[in-house]
Design a protein around this ligand. Structure first.
Ligand code: UD1
Length: 390
Protein backbone atom coordinates (compact mmCIF):
# COMPACT_ATOMS: atom_id res chain seq x y z
CA UNK A 1 0.00 0.00 0.00
CA UNK A 2 2.98 2.30 0.74
CA UNK A 3 3.85 2.57 -2.96
CA UNK A 4 0.26 3.30 -3.91
CA UNK A 5 -0.02 6.04 -1.31
CA UNK A 6 3.21 7.57 -2.51
CA UNK A 7 1.88 7.71 -6.06
CA UNK A 8 -0.84 10.03 -4.81
CA UNK A 9 1.60 12.32 -2.98
CA UNK A 10 2.04 15.93 -4.10
CA UNK A 11 4.27 17.15 -6.90
CA UNK A 12 7.35 18.56 -5.16
CA UNK A 13 8.39 21.53 -7.31
CA UNK A 14 11.90 22.80 -6.61
CA UNK A 15 13.24 26.31 -7.13
CA UNK A 16 16.53 27.71 -5.89
CA UNK A 17 17.95 30.45 -8.07
CA UNK A 18 16.64 33.30 -10.17
CA UNK A 19 16.43 31.54 -13.57
CA UNK A 20 14.29 28.79 -12.01
CA UNK A 21 11.37 31.07 -11.23
CA UNK A 22 10.29 31.93 -14.77
CA UNK A 23 10.45 28.21 -15.64
CA UNK A 24 8.50 27.03 -12.61
CA UNK A 25 5.76 29.71 -12.65
CA UNK A 26 3.89 28.40 -15.73
CA UNK A 27 4.35 24.81 -14.54
CA UNK A 28 2.78 25.49 -11.14
CA UNK A 29 -0.14 27.17 -12.91
CA UNK A 30 -0.59 24.36 -15.42
CA UNK A 31 -0.41 21.67 -12.70
CA UNK A 32 -2.98 23.50 -10.57
CA UNK A 33 -5.33 23.74 -13.56
CA UNK A 34 -5.62 19.93 -13.84
CA UNK A 35 -7.82 18.11 -11.36
CA UNK A 36 -6.25 14.80 -12.42
CA UNK A 37 -2.84 15.82 -11.02
CA UNK A 38 -1.90 15.79 -7.33
CA UNK A 39 -1.43 19.14 -5.59
CA UNK A 40 1.83 21.08 -5.68
CA UNK A 41 4.27 21.82 -2.87
CA UNK A 42 6.67 24.55 -3.83
CA UNK A 43 10.05 24.21 -2.17
CA UNK A 44 12.68 26.96 -2.32
CA UNK A 45 16.20 25.87 -1.45
CA UNK A 46 17.29 29.43 -0.58
CA UNK A 47 20.25 29.35 -3.03
CA UNK A 48 19.23 32.91 -3.95
CA UNK A 49 17.89 35.03 -1.12
CA UNK A 50 18.17 38.78 -1.84
CA UNK A 51 14.85 40.56 -2.30
CA UNK A 52 16.04 41.71 -5.73
CA UNK A 53 16.92 38.15 -6.77
CA UNK A 54 13.79 36.64 -5.27
CA UNK A 55 10.66 38.28 -3.91
CA UNK A 56 10.40 40.77 -6.76
CA UNK A 57 10.47 38.00 -9.33
CA UNK A 58 7.99 35.90 -7.37
CA UNK A 59 5.59 38.85 -7.35
CA UNK A 60 6.09 39.66 -11.05
CA UNK A 61 5.53 36.03 -12.03
CA UNK A 62 2.60 35.53 -9.62
CA UNK A 63 4.43 32.56 -8.14
CA UNK A 64 2.90 31.48 -4.84
CA UNK A 65 4.97 31.90 -1.70
CA UNK A 66 6.97 28.67 -1.27
CA UNK A 67 5.54 26.16 1.20
CA UNK A 68 9.04 25.80 2.55
CA UNK A 69 12.36 27.64 2.27
CA UNK A 70 15.46 25.60 3.11
CA UNK A 71 17.53 28.80 3.46
CA UNK A 72 20.84 27.30 2.35
CA UNK A 73 22.34 30.62 1.16
CA UNK A 74 25.66 31.02 -0.65
CA UNK A 75 28.80 28.90 -0.36
CA UNK A 76 31.22 26.83 -2.40
CA UNK A 77 29.62 24.40 -4.84
CA UNK A 78 30.30 21.45 -2.54
CA UNK A 79 28.96 23.23 0.50
CA UNK A 80 25.86 24.53 -1.22
CA UNK A 81 25.03 21.22 -2.91
CA UNK A 82 25.64 19.20 0.26
CA UNK A 83 23.66 21.60 2.42
CA UNK A 84 20.67 21.46 0.05
CA UNK A 85 20.81 17.65 0.13
CA UNK A 86 20.93 17.54 3.93
CA UNK A 87 18.02 19.92 4.29
CA UNK A 88 15.93 18.43 1.49
CA UNK A 89 16.05 14.83 2.72
CA UNK A 90 13.68 15.29 5.69
CA UNK A 91 11.32 17.24 3.41
CA UNK A 92 10.88 14.04 1.41
CA UNK A 93 9.61 12.34 4.58
CA UNK A 94 7.37 15.26 5.42
CA UNK A 95 5.59 15.39 2.03
CA UNK A 96 6.13 11.92 0.52
CA UNK A 97 5.88 13.41 -3.00
CA UNK A 98 4.79 11.33 -5.99
CA UNK A 99 7.64 12.93 -7.91
CA UNK A 100 10.20 15.71 -7.67
CA UNK A 101 10.11 18.32 -10.42
CA UNK A 102 13.32 20.18 -11.14
CA UNK A 103 14.09 22.81 -13.77
CA UNK A 104 17.28 24.03 -15.42
CA UNK A 105 20.83 23.42 -14.29
CA UNK A 106 21.60 25.17 -11.00
CA UNK A 107 23.06 23.50 -7.92
CA UNK A 108 19.57 23.16 -6.41
CA UNK A 109 18.47 21.14 -9.48
CA UNK A 110 21.16 18.50 -9.02
CA UNK A 111 21.13 18.43 -5.20
CA UNK A 112 17.38 17.72 -4.95
CA UNK A 113 17.56 15.21 -7.81
CA UNK A 114 20.27 13.24 -6.01
CA UNK A 115 18.20 13.04 -2.83
CA UNK A 116 15.06 11.98 -4.72
CA UNK A 117 16.95 9.37 -6.72
CA UNK A 118 18.45 7.69 -3.67
CA UNK A 119 15.02 7.50 -2.08
CA UNK A 120 13.45 5.96 -5.17
CA UNK A 121 11.21 8.95 -5.91
CA UNK A 122 10.86 9.73 -9.62
CA UNK A 123 12.54 12.84 -10.97
CA UNK A 124 11.06 15.01 -13.69
CA UNK A 125 13.60 17.30 -15.34
CA UNK A 126 12.27 20.26 -17.30
CA UNK A 127 14.81 21.75 -19.76
CA UNK A 128 16.71 18.49 -20.11
CA UNK A 129 19.37 17.57 -22.65
CA UNK A 130 21.03 20.95 -23.19
CA UNK A 131 24.80 20.58 -23.53
CA UNK A 132 27.58 23.14 -23.92
CA UNK A 133 30.13 20.26 -23.99
CA UNK A 134 32.19 22.42 -21.64
CA UNK A 135 32.65 20.53 -18.41
CA UNK A 136 34.39 23.46 -16.75
CA UNK A 137 30.92 25.02 -16.42
CA UNK A 138 29.28 24.03 -13.13
CA UNK A 139 25.92 24.02 -14.91
CA UNK A 140 27.11 21.43 -17.45
CA UNK A 141 27.92 18.98 -14.65
CA UNK A 142 24.52 19.68 -13.08
CA UNK A 143 22.80 19.01 -16.43
CA UNK A 144 24.62 15.80 -17.28
CA UNK A 145 24.12 14.26 -13.84
CA UNK A 146 20.50 15.34 -13.40
CA UNK A 147 19.61 13.90 -16.80
CA UNK A 148 21.29 10.58 -15.98
CA UNK A 149 19.04 10.03 -12.96
CA UNK A 150 15.83 11.68 -14.20
CA UNK A 151 12.86 9.44 -15.02
CA UNK A 152 11.08 11.87 -17.34
CA UNK A 153 13.04 14.42 -19.38
CA UNK A 154 11.25 17.34 -21.04
CA UNK A 155 13.29 19.11 -23.73
CA UNK A 156 13.13 22.57 -25.27
CA UNK A 157 14.83 21.93 -28.61
CA UNK A 158 15.26 18.91 -30.86
CA UNK A 159 19.06 18.67 -30.53
CA UNK A 160 18.59 17.77 -26.85
CA UNK A 161 17.26 14.30 -27.73
CA UNK A 162 20.46 13.50 -29.66
CA UNK A 163 22.60 14.62 -26.72
CA UNK A 164 20.62 12.39 -24.36
CA UNK A 165 20.69 9.39 -26.72
CA UNK A 166 24.48 9.75 -26.94
CA UNK A 167 24.66 9.54 -23.16
CA UNK A 168 22.66 6.31 -23.15
CA UNK A 169 19.34 7.73 -21.98
CA UNK A 170 16.39 5.75 -23.31
CA UNK A 171 14.36 7.80 -25.83
CA UNK A 172 11.18 6.59 -24.09
CA UNK A 173 12.10 8.84 -21.14
CA UNK A 174 12.47 11.94 -23.34
CA UNK A 175 9.69 14.26 -24.56
CA UNK A 176 10.11 17.36 -26.73
CA UNK A 177 7.59 19.85 -25.36
CA UNK A 178 8.96 23.35 -26.01
CA UNK A 179 10.20 26.04 -23.69
CA UNK A 180 8.50 26.95 -20.40
CA UNK A 181 10.66 30.07 -20.09
CA UNK A 182 9.03 31.35 -23.26
CA UNK A 183 5.61 30.56 -21.75
CA UNK A 184 6.46 33.10 -19.04
CA UNK A 185 7.80 35.60 -21.53
CA UNK A 186 4.69 35.50 -23.72
CA UNK A 187 2.48 35.68 -20.67
CA UNK A 188 4.12 38.80 -19.29
CA UNK A 189 5.67 40.78 -22.12
CA UNK A 190 2.45 42.77 -22.55
CA UNK A 191 2.90 44.07 -18.98
CA UNK A 192 6.62 44.82 -19.29
CA UNK A 193 7.79 48.03 -17.62
CA UNK A 194 9.03 50.68 -20.10
CA UNK A 195 12.83 51.12 -19.98
CA UNK A 196 12.50 54.84 -19.27
CA UNK A 197 10.59 54.12 -16.02
CA UNK A 198 13.28 51.65 -14.97
CA UNK A 199 16.08 54.11 -15.70
CA UNK A 200 14.35 57.05 -13.99
CA UNK A 201 13.63 54.95 -10.92
CA UNK A 202 17.31 54.04 -10.76
CA UNK A 203 18.25 57.74 -10.76
CA UNK A 204 19.34 58.13 -14.41
CA UNK A 205 18.10 61.03 -16.56
CA UNK A 206 15.88 60.57 -19.61
CA UNK A 207 18.81 61.68 -21.81
CA UNK A 208 20.47 58.32 -21.19
CA UNK A 209 17.97 56.72 -23.57
CA UNK A 210 17.91 59.63 -26.01
CA UNK A 211 20.59 58.28 -28.37
CA UNK A 212 18.92 57.73 -31.78
CA UNK A 213 20.79 54.40 -32.02
CA UNK A 214 18.79 53.16 -29.02
CA UNK A 215 20.46 51.21 -26.23
CA UNK A 216 21.89 47.79 -25.47
CA UNK A 217 21.29 45.56 -22.44
CA UNK A 218 24.10 43.73 -20.64
CA UNK A 219 24.05 40.80 -18.24
CA UNK A 220 27.25 39.06 -17.18
CA UNK A 221 27.78 36.64 -14.34
CA UNK A 222 29.41 33.38 -15.56
CA UNK A 223 32.43 32.42 -13.47
CA UNK A 224 34.47 32.11 -16.71
CA UNK A 225 33.88 35.82 -17.45
CA UNK A 226 33.84 37.39 -14.02
CA UNK A 227 35.72 35.27 -11.46
CA UNK A 228 39.25 35.90 -12.83
CA UNK A 229 40.67 39.42 -12.90
CA UNK A 230 42.05 39.11 -16.46
CA UNK A 231 38.77 37.77 -17.86
CA UNK A 232 36.70 40.38 -16.08
CA UNK A 233 39.05 43.12 -17.29
CA UNK A 234 38.64 41.91 -20.90
CA UNK A 235 34.86 41.81 -20.49
CA UNK A 236 34.78 45.35 -19.12
CA UNK A 237 37.01 46.67 -21.91
CA UNK A 238 34.63 45.16 -24.48
CA UNK A 239 31.63 46.77 -22.78
CA UNK A 240 33.36 50.13 -22.44
CA UNK A 241 34.23 50.14 -26.16
CA UNK A 242 30.71 49.05 -27.15
CA UNK A 243 29.29 51.88 -25.05
CA UNK A 244 31.22 54.42 -27.15
CA UNK A 245 28.85 53.45 -30.00
CA UNK A 246 25.68 52.53 -28.09
CA UNK A 247 24.64 53.37 -24.52
CA UNK A 248 24.33 50.26 -22.36
CA UNK A 249 22.00 49.39 -19.49
CA UNK A 250 23.48 46.81 -17.16
CA UNK A 251 21.55 45.29 -14.27
CA UNK A 252 24.55 43.88 -12.48
CA UNK A 253 24.64 40.49 -10.74
CA UNK A 254 25.99 40.57 -7.15
CA UNK A 255 28.79 38.14 -8.09
CA UNK A 256 30.02 40.52 -10.83
CA UNK A 257 29.62 43.66 -8.74
CA UNK A 258 31.63 42.12 -5.94
CA UNK A 259 34.42 41.01 -8.29
CA UNK A 260 34.74 44.40 -10.02
CA UNK A 261 35.38 45.91 -6.58
CA UNK A 262 37.61 43.04 -5.39
CA UNK A 263 39.86 43.24 -8.48
CA UNK A 264 39.94 47.08 -8.43
CA UNK A 265 38.47 47.38 -11.95
CA UNK A 266 35.81 50.06 -11.36
CA UNK A 267 37.89 52.73 -13.09
CA UNK A 268 37.49 50.88 -16.42
CA UNK A 269 33.86 51.95 -16.40
CA UNK A 270 34.49 55.59 -15.47
CA UNK A 271 33.11 57.82 -18.19
CA UNK A 272 31.61 54.89 -20.14
CA UNK A 273 27.99 55.25 -21.26
CA UNK A 274 26.88 52.38 -19.06
CA UNK A 275 23.94 52.67 -16.65
CA UNK A 276 24.74 50.25 -13.84
CA UNK A 277 21.52 49.13 -12.16
CA UNK A 278 20.78 46.81 -9.26
CA UNK A 279 19.36 43.40 -10.28
CA UNK A 280 15.94 44.06 -11.79
CA UNK A 281 12.53 42.41 -11.55
CA UNK A 282 11.11 40.26 -14.34
CA UNK A 283 8.88 42.97 -15.83
CA UNK A 284 11.71 45.52 -15.85
CA UNK A 285 14.00 42.97 -17.51
CA UNK A 286 11.40 42.16 -20.17
CA UNK A 287 10.92 45.89 -20.80
CA UNK A 288 14.65 46.40 -21.25
CA UNK A 289 15.15 43.32 -23.44
CA UNK A 290 12.16 43.83 -25.70
CA UNK A 291 13.16 47.44 -26.44
CA UNK A 292 16.91 46.88 -26.77
CA UNK A 293 18.84 47.18 -30.01
CA UNK A 294 21.08 44.34 -28.85
CA UNK A 295 21.77 42.22 -25.75
CA UNK A 296 25.31 41.36 -24.64
CA UNK A 297 25.15 38.46 -22.25
CA UNK A 298 26.58 35.22 -20.95
CA UNK A 299 23.24 34.04 -19.55
CA UNK A 300 21.48 30.98 -20.93
CA UNK A 301 17.95 32.31 -20.52
CA UNK A 302 18.62 35.62 -22.24
CA UNK A 303 19.87 33.84 -25.36
CA UNK A 304 16.41 32.25 -25.55
CA UNK A 305 14.42 35.32 -24.59
CA UNK A 306 16.12 37.49 -27.22
CA UNK A 307 15.46 34.82 -29.85
CA UNK A 308 11.77 34.80 -28.91
CA UNK A 309 11.70 38.63 -28.99
CA UNK A 310 13.67 38.84 -32.29
CA UNK A 311 16.30 41.05 -30.62
CA UNK A 312 19.93 40.40 -31.69
CA UNK A 313 22.01 38.77 -28.97
CA UNK A 314 25.82 38.73 -28.74
CA UNK A 315 26.74 35.95 -26.35
CA UNK A 316 30.03 36.54 -24.59
CA UNK A 317 30.93 32.85 -24.45
CA UNK A 318 32.78 30.42 -26.70
CA UNK A 319 29.94 27.90 -26.66
CA UNK A 320 26.25 27.59 -26.02
CA UNK A 321 24.10 24.75 -24.72
CA UNK A 322 21.23 26.32 -26.68
CA UNK A 323 22.31 25.87 -30.34
CA UNK A 324 18.83 26.53 -31.70
CA UNK A 325 19.25 30.20 -30.71
CA UNK A 326 22.26 30.42 -33.05
CA UNK A 327 20.93 28.18 -35.84
CA UNK A 328 17.41 29.60 -35.96
CA UNK A 329 17.33 32.58 -33.63
CA UNK A 330 19.13 35.89 -33.22
CA UNK A 331 22.13 34.68 -31.23
CA UNK A 332 25.83 35.01 -32.21
CA UNK A 333 28.71 33.68 -30.10
CA UNK A 334 31.37 36.35 -29.69
CA UNK A 335 33.37 35.42 -26.58
CA UNK A 336 35.37 38.35 -25.22
CA UNK A 337 36.82 39.12 -28.64
CA UNK A 338 36.63 42.93 -28.80
CA UNK A 339 37.00 43.20 -32.59
CA UNK A 340 34.41 40.53 -33.24
CA UNK A 341 31.95 42.16 -30.84
CA UNK A 342 32.44 45.58 -32.45
CA UNK A 343 32.06 44.26 -36.00
CA UNK A 344 28.85 42.38 -35.04
CA UNK A 345 27.62 45.52 -33.30
CA UNK A 346 28.27 47.64 -36.38
CA UNK A 347 26.30 45.22 -38.51
CA UNK A 348 23.40 45.34 -36.03
CA UNK A 349 23.45 49.13 -35.98
CA UNK A 350 23.63 49.32 -39.79
CA UNK A 351 21.24 46.58 -40.84
CA UNK A 352 19.45 45.29 -37.72
CA UNK A 353 21.54 42.10 -37.45
CA UNK A 354 20.21 38.56 -37.35
CA UNK A 355 16.43 38.42 -37.44
CA UNK A 356 15.95 34.71 -36.95
CA UNK A 357 12.70 32.87 -36.33
CA UNK A 358 11.01 31.53 -33.25
CA UNK A 359 11.95 27.85 -32.72
CA UNK A 360 9.44 25.03 -32.87
CA UNK A 361 7.04 24.78 -29.90
CA UNK A 362 8.21 28.02 -28.29
CA UNK A 363 4.56 28.98 -28.40
CA UNK A 364 3.60 29.68 -24.81
CA UNK A 365 2.02 26.25 -24.22
CA UNK A 366 4.94 24.11 -23.08
CA UNK A 367 3.77 23.93 -19.45
CA UNK A 368 0.30 22.77 -20.56
CA UNK A 369 1.90 20.00 -22.62
CA UNK A 370 4.06 18.96 -19.69
CA UNK A 371 1.07 18.87 -17.31
CA UNK A 372 -0.92 16.71 -19.73
CA UNK A 373 1.97 14.30 -20.28
CA UNK A 374 2.77 14.09 -16.58
CA UNK A 375 -0.83 13.30 -15.79
CA UNK A 376 -0.73 10.39 -18.28
CA UNK A 377 2.59 9.17 -16.92
CA UNK A 378 1.49 9.24 -13.29
CA UNK A 379 -1.76 7.45 -14.16
CA UNK A 380 0.21 4.70 -15.91
CA UNK A 381 2.46 4.27 -12.88
CA UNK A 382 -0.58 4.10 -10.66
CA UNK A 383 -2.16 1.40 -12.86
CA UNK A 384 1.07 -0.61 -12.88
CA UNK A 385 1.37 -0.39 -9.08
CA UNK A 386 -2.26 -1.50 -8.65
CA UNK A 387 -1.68 -4.50 -10.92
CA UNK A 388 1.35 -5.51 -8.84
CA UNK A 389 -0.69 -5.16 -5.61
CA UNK A 390 -3.65 -7.16 -6.99
C1 UD1 B 1 23.62 30.68 -10.04
C2 UD1 B 1 23.66 29.46 -10.97
C3 UD1 B 1 23.75 29.93 -12.41
C4 UD1 B 1 22.64 30.90 -12.73
C5 UD1 B 1 22.71 32.06 -11.74
C6 UD1 B 1 21.65 33.09 -11.98
C7 UD1 B 1 24.75 27.44 -10.08
C8 UD1 B 1 25.94 26.59 -10.18
N1 UD1 B 1 24.83 28.62 -10.73
O1 UD1 B 1 24.86 31.35 -10.20
O2 UD1 B 1 23.62 28.80 -13.26
O3 UD1 B 1 22.79 31.37 -14.04
O4 UD1 B 1 22.56 31.51 -10.42
O5 UD1 B 1 21.83 34.18 -11.13
O6 UD1 B 1 23.78 27.05 -9.47
N2 UD1 B 1 24.46 36.37 -4.10
C9 UD1 B 1 23.84 37.43 -3.50
N3 UD1 B 1 22.48 37.36 -3.33
C10 UD1 B 1 21.75 36.29 -3.70
C11 UD1 B 1 22.41 35.21 -4.30
C12 UD1 B 1 23.77 35.26 -4.51
O7 UD1 B 1 24.45 38.42 -3.16
O8 UD1 B 1 20.53 36.30 -3.50
C13 UD1 B 1 25.92 36.46 -4.33
C14 UD1 B 1 26.73 35.74 -3.28
O9 UD1 B 1 27.86 36.47 -3.04
C15 UD1 B 1 27.10 34.44 -3.96
C16 UD1 B 1 27.20 34.86 -5.41
O10 UD1 B 1 26.22 35.89 -5.59
O11 UD1 B 1 28.29 33.90 -3.47
C17 UD1 B 1 26.94 33.74 -6.36
O12 UD1 B 1 25.68 33.12 -6.08
P1 UD1 B 1 25.46 31.57 -6.45
O13 UD1 B 1 24.05 31.17 -6.24
O14 UD1 B 1 26.53 30.76 -5.80
O15 UD1 B 1 25.79 31.52 -7.98
P2 UD1 B 1 25.31 32.46 -9.16
O16 UD1 B 1 26.52 33.11 -9.74
O17 UD1 B 1 24.18 33.34 -8.77
Amino acid sequence: MGDLLRLRGPLACIVGARPNYMKMAPLVRAFAARSDLPGVVLIHTGQHYDVAMNERLFADLALPTPDLNLQVGSGSHALQTAEIMLRFEPVMDQYAPSCVIVVGDVNSTLACSLVASKRGTPIVHVEAGLRSFDRSMPEEINRVLTDQIADVLYTTERAAADNLAREGIAPSRVRFVGNVMIDSLLNHVGHAIPPLDTLLRAGFGAQFLADPAGFGVVTLHRPSNVDRADALRESLVVLRDVSARLPLVWPIHPRTQRNIERFGLSSLLTGARIALLAPQGYLETLGLLSNARVALTDSGGIQEETTALAVPCLTMRENTERPVTVEQGTNTLVGRDRDRVLSCLDEILESGGKRGRVPELWDGRAAERIAADLSRWLAERQRDAELVQA
